[in-house]
Write a protein that binds this ligand. Structure first.
Ligand code: ASP
Length: 450
């Protein structure tokens, strides 16, 4: 059994939806289909999810949202008309209107419920279209099928374990299942969405639940590339990559798959195939637990800005037991995730994402670290980018760090931080944010010899 998830650009208009149907019908193993909301039809277009966010914000601000809602109606109406299924339009409008004008007592939950309607209505529409062309398909409501979520301490959506058992039942559905991505329900029946791009997570959860042979993630590129194609022309395509490599690259800004989408398939060893809806015969990129071949020593290079460092200095730190535990406790209590923690004898640098530490939080952290952990000095630098070189094949090969460092030095880029774990799967460089793109280009040029 294959789970096939189609992203927003694969479902942006009637023509794209017809391509999706051809792909699904070409392989009878594709029995569970996860859909995103209609995405952009061209670079100036607006995603339905963004239109829905505007709907919810207008309602919250003014109590009405008719004008904003009309834009969403128009998108679905034009798709349904072109697919010759006008009978679905009334159901979609009704669903949208009821949700947009529902009573609410929590603004965040209300926003989630409206945001999710792009996927919900699209799943209804796609199921209707399959049925109209003679292939019975059912819209699967995540509540009825048992996809239950909760919020973690940071407000992020997290799956409840029982959902996997509930969703396993989808295996026995006779008709094609069309499942909306991006959201599930709390145990008390409220909609909870994942973060943006979260339909990838739904696809992965369903693949895990039915123990699929493969999770196909259909998008609009032939491959994942070794470097961001906006930075380098015609970059090296990646045909195969491990979960671990993908995870490292996703962490540093590879946006092909949602960062949290790998976990459900990773723990069950289900391979992922990234494929192109506009070119289905291309083999795509496979994400696997063990690679069958290596096309190159380095798999990919990525860079991400928006990190910051908090450097804590305390004389004789290395003689003191429990210092790090006090420090970590402070970050835990302040709800700040730590990304890396390179250390010296009397100092340790904590690398975190800017978004977790506003000015107020910064002051709290500095004061607590000084008062409770007894640090003499705490310095903060906000302007950090992290650049990662990733490749399973790097392990035990000599000289890559030297080549990388000289490429960066030749480009005049100062290395603020360098980090390589013993697994040798990745190297991390901290550079000034303004040098991030230059660093990625310089490293690619050197390590891919272009
Ligand atoms: N429609 C949602 C978004 O635009 C989720 C997704 O497409 O995966 O983020």
């Amino acid at each position: 059994m294959k789970i096939a998830k189609f992203g927003g650009s694969s479902l942006a208009d009637a023509n794209q939806i017809k391509k999706v149907c051809d792909i699904v019908l070409a392989d009878s193993d594709r029995r569970i289909i996860v859909v995103s909301a209609p995405g952009k039809r061209n670079s100036d277009d607006i995603k339905v999810t963004d239109l829905l966010i505007a709907v919810a914000k207008a309602r919250l601000a003014n109590g009405t949202c008719d004008e904003e809602l009309q834009k969403v109606y128009d998108r679905f109406e034009s798709i349904a008309t072109d697919l010759e299924i006008p009978e679905i339009i009334a159901e979609i409008k009704d669903t949208l209107k009821t949700t947009a004008y529902a009573d609410y007592d929590d603004e965040v939950m209300y926003l989630d419920s409206v945001k999710a309607m792009g996927e919900d209505c699209n799943a209804r529409l796609v199921a209707k279209y399959f049925t109209s062309i003679g292939h019975p398909a059912v819209y699967c409501n995540p509540k009825e099928k048992g996809l239950f979520l909760e919020h973690d301490a940071l407000g992020k959506a997290r799956i409840l374990g029982e959902s996997y058992d509930n969703l396993e039942e989808l295996k026995y559905e006779k008709s094609l299942c069309i499942f909306p991505g991006f959201y599930g329900y709390s145990k008390d029946g409220k909609i909870i969405t994942f973060s943006r791009g979260g339909s990838d997570i739904t696809g992965s959860i369903l693949a895990g639940a039915v123990n699929a042979d493969i999770y196909e993630n259909w998008t609009d590129v032939d491959n994942v590339y070794a470097v961001n194609p906006n930075l380098v022309k015609n970059p090296f395509p990646i045909t195969e990559i491990t979960y671990d490599e993908m995870r490292e690259l996703a962490y540093a800004g590879f946006s092909v798959l949602h960062e949290e989408a790998l976990y459900p398939v990773y723990v069950r060893g289900i391979p992922v195939n990234i494929k192109n809806t506009n070119n289905p015969s291309a083999k795509g990129t496979k994400i696997v637990s063990k690679r069958s071949h290596y096309d190159s020593l380095i798999t990919g290079i990525a860079g991400e800005k928006n990190f910051m460092t908090i450097t804590i200095t305390k004389y004789l730190m290395n003689h003191e037991t429990g210092f790090l535990s006090k420090l970590l406790q402070i970050f835990t209590e302040e709800g700040v995730c730590i990304e890396h923690m390179p250390s010296g004898i009397d100092s340790v640098t904590v690398i975190v994402r800017n978004k977790y530490v506003n000015q107020e939080k910064e002051e709290i952290l500095i004061n607590r670290i000084k008062n409770e952990a007894g640090a003499q000095l705490v310095t903060v630098e906000r302007n950090l980018a992290i650049v990662m070189i990733v490749g399973q094949a790097m392990a035990n090969s000599v000289g890559i760090m030297a080549r990388a460092a000289s490429a960066l030095s030749a480009a005049g880029i100062n290395l603020k931080i360098v980090n390589q774990g013993a697994s040798e799967i990745s190297m991390m460089f901290g550079v000034g944010a303004e040098y991030c793109d230059y660093a990625v280009r310089a490293l690619y040029k050197e390590l891919f010899k272009v």
